[in-house]
Design a binder for this molecule. Structure first.
Ligand code: NDP
Ligand code: GDR
Length: 330
């Protein structure tokens, strides 16, 4: 039985990856950090199948202990301060977790189990300012946020450990990927949650920032398969994972609102609070290398993704409303 250690297992990608690896017969160890109110929402269905290890990405001793306990064949380093907008008000925290802590994780693996295969969650945010379209593995980086800068560090330190210590370490440069488990502050989920609340009469407007930003949006459940495929290769390499299509925030709004018979222009309010100090205007990835070498391909397209997220949010908001009504009557 193979074993895998996942950091960030309670997040969107970690939860899908854990389910995928459990189905493949892996023993899955999940690193969880201490919080005063633990949140297992994404992993509720598999919580008892995960071997939980306490630790924090910023705390090297806890990571050394985690690798010692798990003795993993594969390590997936998904934990991060992953919200770009929060990286301006919290640049040091973002640097500590999203950048420097990648070295903590690599050190823990190098010290305890250097033969383990290591996956680093790199990001299309590293491309930032548009220098080439579409973006691929050889496109230069020009990050536009403290988050993007931190991810560039995480990316290069992973390359460096591969080259310095001959470790099987690789980075997936993943473009935006979404799902019903996406955090509520990210624009896609903010929109689908808003659509559900507006449709059910619980909200009457949706406040957003830049509607012209273009993103290459895929489904998280497809993307975690690429992470696994990268660690099954003969040699460690970095891969872009994307859908090769780009859509604006405005297009996402159109598809989401029209799906429930509404016009987004009647509800969306532009709010400068959500406009960023520097923006990534256009992301579209070329994942030819992944298609050819990994045999990876996306299964869920843009419209299916938006509809899936709206459907799930309507179900969830309805259930919450029913519960609130029942509590009010009891
Ligand atoms: P999420 O924000 O959903 O999950 C982040 C996870 O990291 C959570 O489990 C969180 O734990 C954990 N975490 C944060 N800080 C620490 C810490 N100090 N110690 C231990 N755990 C910590 O992110 P996603 O699942 O969307 O993304 C996974 C990774 O992929 C991230 O590194 C992200 O930056 C990167 N990425 C994501 C893309 C996307 O479109 N989703 C695209 C490209 C890269 P807790 O539950 O306690 O908060
Ligand atoms: P992003 O995702 O920054 O691409 O990072 P996000 O959904 O936050 O923003 C996408 C685009 O939408 C615009 N936008 C808004 N965004 C948010 N969150 N809220 C709003 O109200 C709003 N209005 C407009 C943004 O300006 C931006 O252009 C995600 C994260 O998952 C990262 O961790 C990951 O590395 C990258 O994707 C690839």
């Amino acid at each position: 039985m193979k074993s895998a250690l996942i950091t960030g297992v309670t997040g969107q990608d970690g939860s899908y990856l854990a389910e995928f690896l459990l189905e493949k017969g892996y023993k899955v160890y999940g690193l969880r950090r201490r919080t005063s109110t633990p949140n297992y929402e994404n992993v509720q269905a598999i919580k008892d199948q995960i071997e939980w290890i306490s630790g924090d990405l910023t705390d090297l001793p806890s990571l050394i202990e985690a690798v010692r306990i798990a003795d993993p064949d594969e390590v997936y380093n998904l934990a991060a301060q992953s919200y770009v907008a929060a990286s301006w008000p919290q640049p040091i925290l973002t640097g500590n977790i999203t950048a420097l802590s990648v070295t903590n994780m690599l050190e823990a693996v190098r010290i305890v189990k250097p033969t383990a295969r290591f996956y680093q969650a790199s990001s299309s945010e590293m491309f930032g300012k548009v220098l080439e379209v579409p973006q691929k593995e050889t496109t230069p980086f020009y990050p536009r946020s403290p988050y993007g800068v931190a991810k560039v560090y995480g990316h290069w330190i992973t390359v460096n450990y591969r080259e310095s210590f001959d470790m099987f370490a690789c980075s997936g440069i993943l473009f935006n990927h979404e799902s019903p488990r996406r955090g509520l502050e990210f624009v896609t989920r903010k929109i689908t949650d808003g659509v559900a609340r507006i449709k059910l009469g619980l909200q009457n407007e949706l406040r957003l920032g830049n509607l012209d930003a273009l993103r290459d949006w895929g489904f998280a459940g497809d993307y975690i398969k690429a992470m696994w495929l990268m660690l099954q290769q003969d040699t460690p390499e970095d891969f872009v994972i994307s859908t090769e299509e780009t859509h604006s925030v405005r297009e996402f709004l159109e598809v989401a609102f029209s799906y429930v018979g509404l016009n987004y222009e009647d509800y969306v309010v532009l709010d400068p609070k959500f406009v960023r100090p520097a923006e990534v205007d256009l992301l579209i990835g070329d994942c030819t290398k992944a298609k050819e070498k990994l045999g990876w391909k996306q299964e869920v397209n843009f419209t299916q993704l938006v509809h899936m997220m709206v459907d799930e949010d309507i179900k969830r908001v309805q259930a919450e409303a029913r519960y609130a009504n029942a509590m009010a009557l009891s």
